[in-house]
Design a protein around this ligand. Structure first.
Ligand code: MRU
Length: 364
């Protein structure tokens, strides 16, 4: 995707030295577009933990490069296994992290230590290229669903609601939930996006709104609690969200608040779609509510809020009463029965074991 006409991905190797890893510092957006250069394992782990990079597919891609950086320091098998385990522990819910590191280790265990660094960079680059291609395919399949929504109300603007940020900043390129939106916009479809602010970290207000605005897509930021009201009044034609982990039975973990949107969508007969590359499917888990680990983040993210003051300073202010504690489960699980369909790189399927098996028969 482009920023001011220049094409970027969300992670890339610095062409100046051929090994350091560049990302956008997403804790600075939308107020500043800062490119951060990661030079070692510790900086990469910090970037993931502190959410300088976030979004399930991007976390996996950056972790893959983090292992490349670690191997530059020590390419022994013992260090490689230890460093991969350390990266894998940085965030618990997005399964892409585990998937990417397992893929790297599978490739590298059979490679001599002296050849591991080059092999690792090649594998990480392949992960990135594949993610970009999968998301473009998701965009094409999701575009068909937007076109179906138009067919239901010809001549009118299509309104899509999305939660959190599942755009190109959350992936290597294109995004998942936003890929169909970009493709619809580029195809000249009259479309408007309701952007959930997505408390507590406001990935919707800060990141999705910035992405959509930069691409010229009409959008409106709404309070997280507004979606049900808008659906009741016919102002949402479909919901498209991303996900951090989908079970083999089609349950969907995504940013906290997604479940409530799915409930409201069901009550109002609004289609609720989840867009994901297959790297987000955890084939080892069937029951999402019981078995997907939900990240608990710092209470301060709830009891305070960060924004730009009138003088341009970025400030964090407390919004809860002094002394009141906060709780911060960062994800929730939407049961498969509330999901209209899963949009994958291979097409759209029902959110069920049979639906997923129809698209991914090799998973048995
Ligand atoms: O905590 P975050 O910002 O990493 O959470 C991100 C989300 O929940 C996204 O919706 C999800 O990772 C899908 S990204 C294509």
């Amino acid at each position: 995707m482009k920023i001011n006409g220049t094409p970027y991905r969300s992670v890339w190797v610095d062409p100046a030295d051929g090994w350091s890893v560049c990302i956008f510092d997403q804790t600075k957006l939308p107020w500043a577009v800062d490119i951060l250069r990661l030079g070692n394992l510790a900086e990469t782990a910090h970037a993931i933990r502190s959410m300088q990079v976030r979004g399930a597919p991007l976390i996996g891609a950056v972790a893959a490069y983090g292992l490349c950086l670690a191997l530059r320091a020590d390419a022994s098998t013992e260090a490689m296994e230890r460093d991969a385990a350390m990266l894998n522990a940085t965030r618990p819910t997005a399964v892409n992290l585990r998937w990417a590191l397992e893929r790297m280790l599978t490739r590298l265990r059979g490679t001599a230590p002296g050849e591991r660094v080059a092999a690792a960079y090649a594998e990480a680059a392949a992960i990135c290229d594949e993610d970009a291609a999968q998301n473009a395919a998701i965009g094409r399949h999701g575009l068909a669903l937007i076109q179906q929504a138009i067919a239901r109300k010809p001549g009118s603007r299509v309104n899509v609601l999305t939660h959190c940020n599942a755009g190109w900043l959350a992936t290597v390129d294109w995004g998942t939930a936003l890929a169909p939106i970009y493709m619809a916009h580029d195809a000249g479809i009259d479309l408007h996006v309701w952007v959930d602010e997505t408390r507590p970290r406001n990935q919707g207000a800060a990141l999705t709104a910035w992405e959509l605005g930069s691409h010229g897509v009409a959008h409106t930021v709404i309070a997280d609690n507004a979606g049900g009201h808008l659906m009741q009044h016919g102002k949402v034609d479909l919901v498209i969200v991303g996900t951090d982990r989908v079970t083999s039975g089609g349950d969907v973990a995504n940013k906290i608040g997604t479940y409530l949107k799915a409930l409201a969508a069901r009550d109002n007969d609004v289609p609720f779609y989840v867009a994901l590359p297959s790297t987000t499917i955890d084939w080892t888990v069937a029951d999402g509510v019981a078995d997907i680990p939900i990240e608990e983040r710092a209470a301060e993210e709830v009891t305070s809020i960060t924004g730009r003051a009138a003088d341009g300073a970025i400030v964090t202010v407390r919004i809860a009463a002094d002394g009141s504690p906060g709780a911060n489960p960062a994800f929730d699980v939407t049961p498969a029965r509330l999901v209209t369909g899963l949009i994958t790189e291979r097409g759209t399927c029902p959110a069920s074991a049979a639906g997923l098996a129809s698209l991914f028969p090799e998973q048995g």
